[in-house]
Structure formats: structure tokens, C-alpha cells
Design a protein around this ligand. Sequence first.
Ligand code: ATP
Length: 135
Amino acid sequence: MPEKQFRLEIVTPTKVVFNDFVVSFTAPGTLGSFQVLYNHAPLLSSIGIGEVKLVDKKGQTARYATSGGFVEVRENKAMILAETAERSDEIDVARAEAARDRALKRLQERKSDTDVLRARAALARALNRLRIAGS
Ligand code: ATP
């Protein structure tokens, strides 16, 4: 195996999304996006709604939409425990558009029982998916 690779696992509550060697990855840390390379110092960080981008052992880039979770890096093993993670080409665009429109409608109508924070979070997840699916 070529040098300067390390193992990355991306897991959600329902499946293992990725489990292989990578050259690098970036994650949407809640205090800002960060990159992890071979021999990174031990790290534990929360992540928010955003993009996980990795360069795999063949040098190919893959991008995932995530809605938050945690990243742990230790001794050239990285784990992303994500609430959700979809690879860019697996994102259902029509579903994300419907989720976006539902959230926008809720925010525009603002009934007394509207959970504004929840609607804003749903909107942010949908817009994130659409951005990652479309670029
Ligand atoms: P929706 O209202 O469409 O369910 P959501 O943002 O509330 O959107 P989540 O709770 O974030 O959905 O995710 C629930 C599950 O559905 C997760 O497994 C997630 O990966 C998947 N998922 C949600 N939206 C999409 C999408 N547009 N394309 C592919 N998978 C999706």
C-alpha cells in the first residue's frame, strides 16, 4: 500500500457509508471546516450541516452531504459518526426540493404552532443536499 494513507470510516445510525483508505478528507466542523491528512494529531470534533469531501486511495474525490455528528481521529484511523451522509450522486434531488419547499412554506406561513428552529434546520439540510448534488 502506498504511504500516507489512513483509514476512514463514515457511519450513520443505519449504515456504513464508507470504509476504506484515504489520502485526505475535509469535514464541516462546527467551528469551521478542517482537513485531515496522514499522521494528523488526535482530534475529536463536532460537525454540522455541510460537506465531507475525501480523496480516496486511488486519488478520486468523493463528496457527501451530512447533517452533523462527530469526527474522531486517532493513530491514523478516522471515524465520522454522522446523523446522515449521502454521496453526491446518491442524493434524491426531487426529495430535497420537496423538503426545501415544505420548510420554506412553514417559515413563510409561521402559524402559532410552527417550530421555527426545526423548519430552519430542515431547510438548511435540504439546501445543503441540493448544493452538493448540483456541483
Ligand atoms: P425529508 O423530509 O425528505 O425526510 P430530512 O432532511 O428530514 O428530509 P433526514 O432526517 O435528514 O431527512 O434524513 C432521513 C434519512 O433520509 C437519512 O437516511 C438520509 O440519508 C435520507 N435522506 C434524506 N433526504 C435525502 C435525499 N434528498 N436524498 C437521499 N437521501 C436522503
